[in-house]
Design a protein around this ligand. Structure first.
Ligand SMILES: [Zn+2]
Length: 78
């Protein structure tokens, strides 16, 4: 069983693991393990930061960083 967006650390998917002698939930993405009951999804705050954002390529991000650095340098010089 997979619990989507249930990892308290990275909001990744938790997988129900039935190992020898122990049963736990393990995050598919970061490896965080949760013993006992699965965390209540409603208790985990919804991260809305990335919702509605599109993926960008690295060149675009780097160009924006360079522009910010130049603007900061200009402000510092003025
Ligand atoms: Zn995780």
């Amino acid at each position: 069983m997979i619990l989507a967006n249930a990892c308290p650390r990275c909001r990744g998917a938790l997988s129900h693991v039935m190992d020898i002698g122990e049963i736990y939930y393990s995050c598919v993405h970061c490896g965080h393990t949760v013993y006992g009951l699965p965390p209540s999804v409603s208790a985990v705050p919804v991260e809305s930061r990335w919702q509605g954002r599109q993926a960008e390529d690295r060149a675009t991000v780097r160009r924006r960083q360079i522009a910010k650095e130049r603007a900061r340098a200009r402000r510092a010089a003025a």
